[in-house]
Design a protein around this ligand. Structure first.
Ligand code: AMP
Ligand code: MG
Length: 345
């Protein structure tokens, strides 16, 4: 398939391009579009064949459900059974990087939800995503626009690497603001279960709902046969070709360890910006200042793709803190590292 690549630089001026993208979606085709989290691989969420096409383009198992993207929180009424907690969350965080799991209505086929009777709903804030959904007039089902097993794409070059020839159109909206996938929550009355941490943090959710539980799979390895609340939790997550090892310990000791490792082996290092001057530049991938979790979130997937592109035999990174946005970084990195953590004494 021939993929059209469209760069969006002037949104109101490029309404015609977005109308073409919306037509492709309405006709059952696939369009990759930018969001504030990562790039999404979009298809018509009400069309079972479009969902099948998405799974095929990604090479993703078809029991791993898709998130539907809507233009306004109240648009969820057509596709899901809402409740007051949903609207409290919507008022606080939508549009934005929050996905809510709700019971689905018949307008959403089971192919979109991977056979589940629930549907994941999100209202993105990215202007290109919002305008595209409005013009299409349908909910856009969209997983991250990477091939299954690769990190989510946060820039158009990474999308093209994975999706050129597999989708009808790619809308290039530049780099994604957040860089990690959305926060996912499930509602139970007034309580929430955090299924995947993202740009909306645990603390932010606690300001809106009294009872927020973090699902154990967010931070821990699943036991054999353990039931999962969110199907994505059971799949092997992206892991680089070379083993990734997360380091914990005092900053100075970890830095000394890294200096020694660089002399002894060919390693790639996802380091803090302030460490650069103390390390050999070869295969060094700065992801932001230690305190700057936002920048680290934004650069993480890019750095992991870059690390994978080196000839390093091992990749080192710092174990993120579990507070604030750190929990989302921790969740992605601990899985990419297959839970390998080394404590430097
Ligand atoms: P992605 O689209 O790549 O960001 O991944 C979407 C993830 O959302 C899936 O892997 C699931 O873990 C989760 N998800 C989507 N729909 C549901 C649902 N109905 N119930 C629980 N989790 C869901
Ligand atoms: Mg994904």
């Amino acid at each position: 398939m021939q993929t059209q690549h469209i760069k969006i630089e002037d949104l109101p001026g490029q309404e015609a391009d977005l109308r073409r993208a919306a037509s492709i979606l309405k006709e059952g085709g696939l369009v990759v579009f930018p969001t504030e989290t990562v790039y999404g691989l979009g298809g018509d969420g009400t069309n079972a064949q479009a969902a099948e096409k998405i799974y095929a383009a990604k090479g993703r198992p078809s029991d791993n459900p898709l998130i539907i993207h809507i233009a306004q929180p109240s648009d969820a009424e057509a596709y899901a059974v809402t409740n007051p907690t949903y609207y409290r969350l919507a008022k606080a965080f939508m549009p934005g990087p929050l996905t809510v799991i709700l019971p689905k209505k018949d307008t959403i086929p089971l192919s979109t939800t991977g056979g589940l009777e629930t549907v994941a709903v999100r209202c993105p804030s990215h202007p290109v995503a919002r305008r595209l959904i409005e013009l299409a007039g349908i909910p856009i089902a969209a997983p991250s626009a990477n091939l299954s097993g690769k990190p989510s794409p946060t820039c158009a070059a990474h999308v093209a690497e994975d999706m050129d020839g597999r989708v009808d159109m790619i809308l290039d909206g530049g780099d994604c603001e957040i860089g990690l996938e959305s926060t996912i929550v499930k509602i139970d009355g007034n309580s929430l279960t955090l299924l995947r941490p993202g740009g909306i943090t645990y603390d932010a959710l606690c300001m809106v709902c009294e009872n927020v539980t973090v699902a154990s799979a967010v931070t821990h390895q699943l036991a054999d046969g353990e039931r999962v609340l969110s199907p994505g939790m059971k799949y092997r997550h992206y892991a680089p070709t070379a083993p990734l090892v997360l380091l914990s310990g005092e900053a100075e000791k970890v830095l000394r360890f890294l200096q020694t490792q660089q002399k002894e082996k060919n390693c790639a290092i996802l380091c803090y910006d302030e460490e650069c001057e103390h390390l050999n530049r070869a295969n060094l991938l700065p992801i932001g200042q230690k305190k700057d979790l936002e920048t680290q979130a934004k650069r993480l997937f890019h750095a992991l793709r870059d690390a994978d592109g080196t000839d390093a035999e091992i990749i080192y990174a710092h174990l993120p803190p579990m507070e604030g946005l750190g929990l989302a970084l921790y969740n992605r990195m601990i899985r990419a590292a297959a839970h390998t953590v080394q404590t430097i004494e």
